[in-house]
Write a protein that binds this ligand. Structure first.
Ligand SMILES: NC(=O)c1ccc[n+]([C@@H]2O[C@H](COP(=O)([O-])OP(=O)(O)OC[C@H]3O[C@@H](n4cnc5c(N)ncnc54)[C@H](O)[C@@H]3O)[C@@H](O)[C@H]2O)c1
Ligand SMILES: [Zn+2]
Length: 379
């Protein structure tokens, strides 16, 4: 992954953030993740570079992304010679479904696409997962371009090639690995994102530094308020930094057979909290609570010292995410965790912190400590 996105911008442009490019390299496939305010206006040539002979392009568009942003994207694609088909998608966990994949196929296949036609996802993580699954399966696989518009999708969901939809039996149970050919991130689009959604993305940023980068965590705990204030220059740095962490993890383990599981820090608890609360807690809020529980479990197992655990809680608090006050029944949450799909051979596996910046996986955690960790969130 080059260059180091934490390095200061080299461009002389004083007022605009410089462009950051993170390259993700896998066996047989590599792609760029490009981060720059204003990038939407230059999307066309970038997409052209990865699909040189395509005549058409399909944009699957989250209806909550403002039309003005869509027009900038489609305008740039048209100028680069693409005949653009826009497909509207009412993004949501309820419409992240097999049925909606079927509905999206209709206008896409009617547009007489061919094997070279790129599918662009323009929306949050839901849109990326659904459009990615469409791209993975239409004509047995089309070039896919992620243009994420939520912080969570920018720092997490748009990178790494996991696509798919929910099923009544659980979240993300149907899907495919289908890596994008390009990820285009314009942090300027975050200006219309509801604050609660911004905080959701920050939960994943905290997670990334906790599992991989102690120095990044130290910067984040100082500066996270700048993200809440909508500082685009800071958001650009933050996104580039997080994309680089995610890219390194994915490169090491593209199909999640090992260390990619570290990205699930806080998520075993978090998914259970999401489910039991009937999604009253947003994903980011649930992951923040889950991260607090994982920190408690790590401390109880002697992996994380108490000052470090307090730093974890304080950083989440500074990001205006919850770490206490859980209103749910502890046993219901523990029971829901047993159904989490990250179960290996009947044992619950936990991603824990062996200090800030280092994750470990354990599958030998006593049930009583798991319950204590959940119970600690109620205080
Ligand atoms: N594939 C992966 O590796 C991966 C990783 C993490 C999460 N995910 C998935 O991502 C999904 C969550 O993503 P999310 O948090 O982006 O949710 P989301 O896609 O539902 O977006 C959140 C909300 O913001 C709206 N929105 C999006 N962009 C906006 C903008 N610029 N301005 C105003 N509103 C905007 C959306 O319409 C939605 O209402 C989950 O389904 C999760 O499973 C996937
Ligand atoms: Zn998450």
């Amino acid at each position: 992954v080059t260059p180091d996105p934490a390095a200061p911008p080299t461009s002389a442009a004083a007022t605009t953030a410089a462009e950051r490019v993170v390259r993700l390299t896998l066996p047989g496939h590599a792609y760029d993740i490009v981060v720059r305010p204003g990038l939407l206006d230059d999307a066309g040539p970038r997409v052209r570079a990865v699909t040189p002979v395509a005549e058409k392009a399909v944009v699957v568009r989250d209806l909550n992304v403002p039309a003005a942003a869509l027009a900038r994207l489609t305008g740039s694609l048209s100028r680069a010679g693409f005949a653009v088909t826009v497909v509207d998608y009412e993004a949501g966990e309820e419409t992240k479904s097999w049925e909606w994949v079927g509905r999206l196929f209709d206008p896409i296949l009617r547009a007489r696409i061919d094997r070279r036609t790129p599918i662009l996802a323009f929306g949050g993580g839901v849109t990326g997962d659904v459009a990615g699954f469409v791209a993975a399966t239409a004509l047995r696989g089309l070039p896919f371009v992620q243009v994420p518009t939520t912080l969570l999708a920018m720092v997490d969901a748009s990178v790494g090639g996991k696509t798919g939809v929910n099923h009544a039996a659980g979240k993300n149970l149907i899907g495919a690995f289908h890596q994008p050919s390009l990820v285009l991130i314009d942090p300027g689009v975050l200006s219309t994102l509801p604050p609660r959604e911004l905080r959701s993305g920050l939960a994943e940023c905290v997670k990334h530094d906790l599992i991989r980068d102690a120095a990044g965590f130290a910067r984040l705990e100082q500066d996270v308020g700048r993200a809440l204030a909508g500082d685009v220059r800071y958001l650009t740095e933050l996104v580039a930094h997080n994309v680089a962490i995610k890219a390194r993890v994915v490169e090491a383990d593209p199909l999640e057979k090992g260390e990619r599981a570290h990205l699930n820090l806080g998520h075993t608890f978090g998914h259970a909290i999401e489910t039991v609360s009937n999604y009253d807690y947003s994903h980011g809020e649930a992951v923040a609570l889950g991260t607090a529980a994982a920190a408690k479990l790590s401390a109880d197992l002697g992996l994380l010292d108490e000052p470090s655990r307090q730093r974890v809680l304080a950083a989440l608090g500074k990001a205006e995410l919850p770490t206490a006050g859980l209103k749910l029944d502890v046993d219901a949450v523990v029971a829901a965790m047993a159904y989490d799909k990250k179960v290996a051979a009947g044992k619950l596996r936990f991603v824990l912190l062996d200090g800030i910046g280092k994750a470990v996986v354990r599958d030998d955690v006593p049930a009583a400590l798991v319950r204590d960790a959940v119970a600690s969130l109620r205080s």
